[in-house]
Structure formats: C-alpha cells, structure tokens
Ligand binder design. Sequence first.
Ligand SMILES: Nc1nc2c(ncn2[C@@H]2O[C@H](COP(=O)(O)OP(=O)(O)O)[C@@H](O)[C@H]2O)c(=O)[nH]1
Ligand SMILES: [Mg+2]
Length: 436
Amino acid sequence: MNNETIFALSSGHGKSGVAVIRISGNNLKYTFSKFINKKIFTPRHAYFTNLKDDDNYLIDQVICIYFEAPQSFTGEDIIEIHSHGAPAVIEKIFDHLQKSNMRMATPGEFSKRAFYNNKMDLADIDGLAALLDAQTDKQRQSALKSMIGADSKQYDTWRNQMIEISAYAAAILDYSEDELPQNINKIIKEKTTKLYKEINNTISRYTAVRAIRNGFNITLAGAVNVGKSSLFNTMVGASRAIVSDIPGTTRDVVSAQLDIDGYLVNLSDTAGIRDATDTIEKLGIERTISEIENADLILHVFDATDKKNTPYIQKENEIIIYNKSDLLKTLKGNGKTFYISTKTGEGISDLMSEIKAQIHKFTNNAESTVAVNARTKKLLADCAKELNNALNTPNENYDIFSEHVRNAADNIGKILGTITAAEVMDATFSQLCLGK
Ligand SMILES: Nc1nc2c(ncn2[C@@H]2O[C@H](COP(=O)(O)OP(=O)(O)O)[C@@H](O)[C@H]2O)c(=O)[nH]1
Ligand SMILES: [Mg+2]
C-alpha cells in the first residue's frame, strides 16, 4: 500500500449537470480547509465554495464534503467535490489536483484501499462490481445483496463452523473422552456432511446465478427463411436484424439485450442451419452451433406452412415454434409448441409468457443463495473436495480429518480475501472502473 493521495471522477463521463470527483488520502484536513477557505469545519457537511487554484483563479463553484477516516468508503480521509459536469471543468479540477501533489487513481484503486482498511471483503467487492454493471432490476437486487454483506455473512458462518469442527477433531487425539462433549466423533462427522451438502448445493446454483448476473441466453434457431429474424425483431421491438426473404441473409450472429421481467436477456439471432456453399455463410453456421451450445433457452422456429416438417425430438431447454400461422387455416399449439405469426402478432404474447416462465424456472431462488462466480466456484469446489476428503479419512485418523477441514476453511478464507494470492486480488479489483 502506498500513501499517495489519489483522485478520480466517480460520476459518469460526458456532459452532465453535476460531476463528483473523489479524493482519498491519509490526511486531507488541510486540503479541505484550503478548498473551502475555512479553518474549522464539520465532517459530512456540504460546503458551497468558490474553488480556486493556487493563483487565486476561480475554477468553479462547487460543493465539497469531507469524510474523516475511518468513516469513509476507503477508510481513509475522503473529499468529494461536486462540480458542474462540464468536461472543461473536470479537466481544470484534475489539473489543479495534480499540481497539488495528487495523482489519478487506477481502476479499482479506491476499492483496493477499502479492502486493505477492512471496509469491504472480496465478496463485497464482487457485489459492488456487479452492481456497477447492473442493467436490470434483478441484477441490481442480486448485486446489492452481495455488496452489503449477505454473501460474506454466509461464508463467515461456514468458515467458523469449519474451524470449530477442525479444532474438535484435533482435540479428540489430545483429550480423554470424558473431557470432550459426548459423541463428539459422530457430531463432527454429521456437521461436516451437512456443510459438504450445503456447499455442493451452492455450487449447483452457479448457472442460475450466472443467468441473473450476466444475462439469460436465448438463441433463435431453425432452418433458413422460417422467420427467425422476424421474431428477433418482434421481440426486440425494433428492426435490429436484417429481415429478407433471401435464404441465408442472416450470416453472423446478431445479438440484443432485453429486459424481461427484470432479468437481463441476451437474445441472439443466428444464421440457421443448412448445407452452405458460401464460406461466409459456413462461418455463420459454425457460430450458430456454438450459440446453441451456450444457450439457456433455444427458440426453435419452424415454418408452419412447410409440409415437410418432420417429427422433431425436442431438447429440454427448447421451445418449438411454428411461425407464419397467418398462412394456415387451422392451428393450435399444445403445451410446448406455439403457433405464431410475426406478421400479425398472433400467438406472440403466449410465447412471451412461456419464455418468462422458463426464465423464472431457470433462475428459481438463485437470489436466495450466495452469488457464485467463476472465481468463487473454483474455491467452493476445492472446499467441498477437502470436506469430502475429511469424511473419507481412513482409520478414524482425526489429525488428518482436522487438517482437511482446516484446508476447507482456508478456501472460504480465500473467497473473502482473508487469505489470498495477489493475482486473485488484482483480478477482483480490475473489474471495477475508475473512481471505485
Ligand atoms: N406470412 C408470413 N411471412 C413471414 C412471417 N414471418 C416471416 N415471414 C417472411 O418470411 C421470410 C423470411 O423471414 P426471416 O425473418 O428473414 O427468416 P430467417 O431466415 O429465419 O431469419 C421473409 O420474407 C418474411 O417476411 C409470418 O409470420 N407470416
Ligand atoms: Mg435471418
């Protein structure tokens, strides 16, 4: 850790009414006093002031707030300058701060300081990064919950239980039976089994959490010319993909992000699969195949007027759609097949209801668990492995049992950052943008 005073634009870039510039450092009392031209001031109070440079030249009329350590985001002294949001004003303030011996923060540097000053652990910071990325209400809810410590609390509980089990296991060898709680052997095994189940259950929620945090992937698939792009446009509500009656028009994967019931949905329109001769179309088809593999839900579109429609074995994560129903005299979908017309809008709302139901089913209750991400999933898996090793310790060797459970606790410690390698931390902080 360095003692340098850092600053960054915490509000968004571009023209805005107000910009917030944050400064963090060890002792900013004097700096603040100069900013507001007052010797005595109260922390967390807003001061309206003419911000001037060292030559007494007026930079802007601003509001300044002083947060005294440790009651601040970073745990250090923080000054917030609320200036006008013009790029020229921000530039001039930055220039002034640089001349006052401060430097621009690197991405995530404020959070890094918060971490080192025990203001946040890595699970909180993962939540913060997700919150800053949130586009939909479900993403906001899930991220906020992690950021304010719900995940950390669960991890702490698990870790403490493991440390306790490990301590009891070690004690079995050192103490006589009447000095220990009754049935201690049985109790620690039961507790370890319970933890093992809980952690495996959490790992199994990974795909659901991912669908909330990064979006639920829906892919349009089917033969050419059945109306995939037309349905894509209907769903997006705007003409984003090229719709034409020339087979093979959609060559690349076209994607759009939608908000369905507060969930972020990554919808992609694909080339469709057929024996292509054109090399570009072939590439498109390859991409189609990989999109389908990554899809949480496939909307498989058929042309309802096509007499050749052969019976098709539906995949579990697939909805079968017959499009162009306007060209049919009689129709009705059943259960998981839907007759629609992108031309008349017929059947679209039933289809959307089914899509919503599928999203809810997929993400079911994932909000209630800790938000497993790629980093924490690996550590949870290592933790579960150690618990399993403990349970399979041969010959009732409680020394070895204790060590495995202790290792399991260390993996949870790594999730929180209490025990961690530098590269894990760098990866965590670099998700964050400037000013956080
Ligand atoms: N009558 C009718 N024509 C449709 C419907 N949906 C799409 N089409 C037409 O079918 C052709 C192929 O549509 P497109 O969306 O490009 O199909 P894709 O190749 O599967 O992406 C175009 O001429 C569309 O206008 C529909 O519901 N009814
Ligand atoms: Mg198309």
